[in-house]
Ligand binder design. Structure first.
Ligand code: SAH
Length: 223
């Protein structure tokens, strides 16, 4: 049987799904061409890893569509020196992309089984500047704060206050805010004690749980 050419798939993905939609930053495109997305999805879905859509990763969770990963990352405007926080490690794919573009990445995951698998994948692939933590990411990760950028990859009812507080002055928070089926991807920027936000794009994420997240009943009724 002929081997499946994951690298060729990845190059095509970047051309047709990312560049065609207007994302141009060379470092980001290089990261997307490098990180082996197929290693972050379940074995039986590897051949679909470069498709233009999210995929299930177990425990009812999903790895985001490649374009959404690219767009969220691009909104952080990373130069390479940053300390970044991700909430919702999931498969670890988004964390790996961030690891290529920032100095340090802390990523918090609520579900231990996902955190452990993501940690294993990231270690196997040699990403040494990503720290996966198990916990409630709506509380942020105070030990490594403040952050130049925070990226939340689950839908929140509103930006959790601890995350805004753990942003550096001049820092950026990217977060899907809204209810079941559709949320608005928001970009928050901090200037001193002033926070401003912009709506970027309608998106659909799984719910953010935890203290400042959606309660199960509220989410089900939020449609
Ligand atoms: N960024 C991931 C996709 C995340 S899916 C990737 O690249 O694969 C959303 C993830 O957020 C799920 O894994 C879910 O368990 C996690 N999550 C939900 N609520 C959370 C919380 N309060 N703290 C941390 N993680 C949370």
């Amino acid at each position: 049987m002929e081997a499946f050419d994951f690298e060729a798939e990845r190059v095509e993905m970047v051309t047709w799904q990312i560049e065609k939609r207007g994302i141009r930053e060379p470092r980001l495109l290089a990261a997307l061409r490098t990180v082996p997305r197929h290693r972050f999805v379940p074995e039986e879905l590897r051949r679909q890893a470069y498709d233009d859509r999210p995929l299930p990763i177990g425990s009812g969770q999903t790895i985001s569509q490649p374009y959404i990963v690219a767009l969220m990352t691009s909104l952080l405007q990373l130069k390479g020196h940053e300390n970044v926080l991700e909430i919702g490690t999931g498969s670890g794919y988004q964390a790996a992309i961030l690891a290529c573009l920032a100095r340090t990445v802390h990523s918090v995951e609520y579900r231990p089984e996902l955190a452990e698998r993501a940690q294993k994948t990231l270690a196997e692939l040699g990403y040494t500047n990503v720290y996966v933590h198990i916990g409630d990411g709506t509380l942020g990760w105070a030990e490594a704060a403040p952050y130049d950028g925070i990226l939340v990859t689950a839908a929140a009812p509103r930006p959790p206050e601890p995350l805004l507080q753990q942003l550096k002055d001049g820092g950026r928070l990217v977060i899907p805010v809204g209810a079941w089926h559709v949320q608005e991807l928001q970009l928050w920027e901090r200037e001193g004690e002033h926070f401003s936000s912009q709506d970027m794009l309608p998106v659909a994420f799984v719910p953010l749980r935890g203290q400042h997240g959606w309660k199960e009943e509220e989410w089900a009724e939020s449609y």
